[in-house]
Write a protein that binds this ligand. Structure first.
Ligand SMILES: [Zn+2]
Ligand SMILES: [Zn+2]
Length: 334
């Protein structure tokens, strides 16, 4: 059996770079040689042992760009929809395959992309435009998450985006990519909340929008001042902050999910007619739109993305864990 190098989640707070068997594609699957793979907040969640769906030993990683080297489409440069969906349930038929009742996912229910090679369903790959860099392509998944959240917000909003004051809670990759995309849509009044000073500075430089430290409550925006709030953290405190900051008639989009449950201000939600929207991942259409947007430069210069070798991946996890990484995204190269 062929071997490959992989970064394996071996137990909570432990990533091990080691030899693993190279996966072989079944029928209807492709084998991808990984060029770049991003570390996601959900990989960090798993690393901390807080995701019961991701059980060690497991190769995490789902933000993959690479080349198909076996199976349908061999030779094509691709990124992947990490979700493998069934294509025939009611949600798939409606084009809402993010809700597929039978979905599985690379880096969760099967081996992921922190490796030299990964297999997935041929129906989950998305071909890249000629010349698109694998660094940009590996951002497809978080970019599609931001894009999906903003599309959902647009459907619920009365004023247009350029007219809005927007608050984004969390300057990780989703929050930052949302800010960059909103700017490309003409939004000029964007405020970004982020407790990590390194990330705050990086976000300021990259998205050129106002930022503040939410730990200093005096820095928070006034209550009832924001037409749109994106909660890219989803913690008790950020949900409270989002509901407080949103204007009457405004929209709160809940993207992150750090805490599962908390009390929310149903009085304000009702009397001020707030729209609170939960969003989960992206549809295939969102992923394709994200590829096009990344390729066209809608997200701007991607110099803020940090690249490291997969062999140094364990250190990248430690740095992210300890808040030592300024970059909102670290991409590993096998
Ligand atoms: Zn991700
Ligand atoms: Zn389905």
């Amino acid at each position: 059996m062929k071997r490959m190098k992989a970064l394996v989640y071996t137990s909570p707070n432990e990533m091990t770079y080691r030899d693993e068997p190279q996966p072989a594609p079944s029928s209807g699957e492709v084998l991808i040689r990984v060029d770049a793979v991003g570390i996601c907040g959900s990989d960090m969640h798993a690393y901390h042992g807080r995701d019961p769906r991701r059980v060690p030993p497991l190769i995490l990683g789902h933000e993959v760009a690479g080349e198909i080297i076996a199976g349908p489409g061999t030779g094509r440069q691709v990124t992947v929809n990490p979700l493998i969906t069934c294509g025939h349930c009611e949600f798939c038929v409606q084009g809402r395959n993010n809700l597929c009742a039978n979905r599985t996912m690379i880096g969760m229910t099967r081996a992921g992309g922190f490796a030299q090679y990964v297999t997935t369903a041929a129906s989950s790959v998305i071909e890249l435009p000629v010349g698109m860099s694998s660094r940009a392509a590996s951002l497809t998944e978080p970019a599609a998450t931001a894009l999906h959240a903003i599309e959902k917000a647009k459907q619920a909003m009365v004023p247009t985006l350029p007219e809005c004051n927007v608050l984004i809670l969390g300057a990780g990759a989703i929050g930052l990519l949302a800010a960059l995309l909103l700017k490309s849509y003409g939004c000029r009044r964007i405020l970004l909340a982020e407790p990590n000073a390194l990330r705050r500075e990086s976000a300021q430089r990259t998205a050129r929008c106002a930022t503040y430290d939410p730990v200093q409550t005096s820095a928070s925006p006034p209550d009832n001042s924001m037409e749109l709030v994106l909660d890219a953290v989803g913690a008790n405190a950020t949900r409270r902050a989002a509901l407080a900051a949103v204007k009457p008639g405004g929209v709160v989009v809940h993207v992150g999910l750090a805490d599962a449950a908390s009390e929310i201000d149903m009085r304000k939600l009702t009397l001020a007619e707030i729209t609170l929207i939960g969003v989960y991942t992206y549809t295939t259409a969102d992923l394709r739109a994200a590829v096009a947007a990344l390729d066209s430069g809608a997200f701007g210069d991607l110099a803020w993305v940090e690249e490291r070798s997969l062999a140094d991946g364990a250190q990248a996890f430690r740095d992210l864990d300890q808040g030592r990484a300024a970059a909102a995204k670290i991409v590993l190269r096998p």
